[in-house]
Structure formats: C-alpha cells, structure tokens
Design a protein. Sequence first.
Length: 243
Amino acid sequence: MVVIEIEVIHDFVCAWCYIAKRTLDRAISLYQKTVPGGRSDVFSIKYRPYYLDYNPHAHSVDKNELIDVRLRVMTPEQRTALFNRMNQIGRSMGILFKAGGRIGSTKDAHRVIYYCQMSESEKGADTATTNALVEKIFEAYHEREMDISDPDVLKELAADAGVSGDEVNRWLDASPAAVDEEARRNKEEVKSGVPVYIIQDEHRIDSSGDIAEHLEIFSKVKETDNVKDHSTAAIYHGLSTAI
C-alpha cells in the first residue's frame, strides 16, 4: 500500500480551483481503477487556505459586481472568450457555472475546512468528510448561487456532509489566527496564483492541470515507493544472511 499525500492550495471563489478539484477526483478514481494495486493505495489530501480577497467590503456584494471590477481591463470580446472557455471546461467536468449570487469573505469557509480536517486527524479518521464539504462549498458558490460567507449557509452545507451545527459553531468560534497565518504563508509561497497542487512534497502542479498529469505523478510516487521497499527488503535480506 502506498500513501500519496496531496496538498491543495486554493480559494473557493476561484473557478479554476473548482475545475482542478474535479480533475483531481477523476484522476484518483481512474488511478484506483486502472493501476495494479491502486485500490489499496491511500490518498491523503490536505486543503490549505488562500485568500484571493476579491471583495474589499466588509459585507456581501453581488458576484457580478466583483467580476466587473476584476475584469475591467479586459475587452468585452476577451471576457466572452474567457467565460466561454471556463464554461466549456466546466461542463466537461460536470460543472454548470452560474454568475448569480453574493459573496463576502471566504475566511469562514476556510476556517470550517481547517478545523474539520484537524478534527478528522485527531480522531484518526480519513478525510472523507472534509473532501465532501469542500465539494459542497464549491458547488454552492459556483453552481447554486449561495453566499458561502454566510454562517447559516456553511452550517447547511456542513449538515449535508454529515457535520453537526454545534460542531460548525465551535469551528467558527475558534480563533482565526492560525488559518489567517497559514493563508499568509501560502500567499508568500505561491507567486503564480491558485490552484496549486503539491504531491508527496516533491511534485507540483501550478494550474488546474489535467488527468494525465496527475496520473503520471501518482505513478512516479508509487514506483519510487516500490523501489524503496525493494531496497529495504534487500538490506534486511543481506543482514539476515550475514547473521
């Protein structure tokens, strides 16, 4: 069995981050179905916060208002081409992007994910709940036009992922300092924007990537692990022979 560790640096308002998550999910599924022994391998995913800070206000605003500000340097033709490309790739991943809805800050959403995966780690559980909640937050913002800066929305999404409202309240009441500090470090580390995937602390993908790219890296990790196992076995064999 190989444990493949993946760190995901992202923000929930980033459409390409949502596409990247779906790409990763499909790559993992294909790996487990096609690679010999792949079903026994474990994918350990850690989500790391990154604040794009699209909204300069302390309150939620219409998503379209922020889009107009962010893309003000683009011509109408460039904007149309960008959205057409994003929508086309999104549909290929089963995502139907919608432009409506409101958004404030994504800090609370990141805080919920930060403490959710910490809770799973302390319990010795896998990251299934965190993965499900990340997916639901992305879907809520990009497809369901929900305001993911609203604590009540986060509680609703968490409940859908099997997390109690009381637990979410504790996470939202917890100090945000640790999450903010990690987001600050991530912004210093990442110069090209998000998403960023760091696999086995060695391989890096600075984009939404594609399934083939992920599969190639997963296979390299497995091959490297197998080489280490064989080397270790040879050492033990040599020692036992000498004894």
